[in-house]
Design a protein. Structure first.
Length: 237
């Protein structure tokens, strides 16, 4: 059984249909990426999985359990954590307090302490800035905090929405290296990313969304070699 299975998913924003019956699968242990232009429905897909927007029809199964209609905090309890587009950190709280919020549903103090250390190993800068207000961090540091906070929920599935957005190229390389490390340690990842080149280099499998529909899907390395994908998303003529 796949860890995540979406079938015929439809969502609306008011009268506008955002997803037109998409289906996708995320196998355990994989990094799966959704690529596509702005407005394709990538972030909407993640928000539907997290329970942040209503689903019109279709199903979302996580480890065989239906997620449609389940409250967002219950979805986190099941093992799904979301690092949203724009990072969503609490700017007026310290880095330390932001990390605490990531583990607010947990009661295993020893496990929480171990996971904090793991976050500090992945993101040494976060340890150095624990007492700072999160709003004073650089863009790259805020992204590290957003991912670290999501990891504090100890997810089995990590949803990452545009982790490279607005970051310098060197920082992007660091973020994607850490994404691979998180995956290698056993966390399955569903990645939404406009930097299609980095996404396809990093992921095992990929889906291409256009205006709420999946138009292509294949192993990431095969899609990276597709003339259509290279022209549309990789800037190769």
């Amino acid at each position: 059984m796949a860890l995540l299975e979406i079938r015929d998913l439809q969502t609306h924003y008011g009268a506008i249909e955002a997803l037109h019956g998409i289906s996708l699968t995320v196998e355990r242990g994989q990094i799966v990426t959704l690529i596509g232009c702005n407005g394709a429905g990538k972030s909407t897909t993640l928000r539907a999985i997290s329970g942040l927007i209503p689903v019109t029809s279709g199903s979302i199964l996580f480890d065989g359990k239906p997620l449609v209609g389940v409250a967002p905090h219950e979805i986190v309890k099941l093992g799904v954590a979301h690092a949203p587009e724009g990072r969503g950190i609490f700017a007026n709280l310290t880095v330390d307090e932001n990390l605490d919020l990531g583990s607010y549903l947990r009661r295993d103090r020893d496990g929480i302490a171990r996971d904090r250390e793991r976050v500090f190993e992945l993101f040494p800068r976060i340890r150095e800035r624990l007492r700072q207000n999160a709003g004073t961090l650089s863009g790259g540091e805020q992204q590290m905090l957003a991912i670290g906070r999501a990891l504090m929920a100890r997810p089995r599935l990590l949803l990452l929405d545009e982790p490279s957005l607005g970051l310098a190229p060197q920082v992007v390389q660091t973020i994607f290296r850490i994404i691979r490390e998180i995956n290698a340690a056993g966390t399955t990842i569903l990645l939404v990313e406009q930097n299609a080149h980095m996404a396809l280099q990093t992921a095992h499998f990929a889906y291409v969304l256009e205006v709420g529909e999946i138009v292509m899907q294949d192993e990431a390395k095969k899609l990276a070699e597709s003339d259509e994908v290279r022209k549309a998303y990789l800037g190769v003529a």
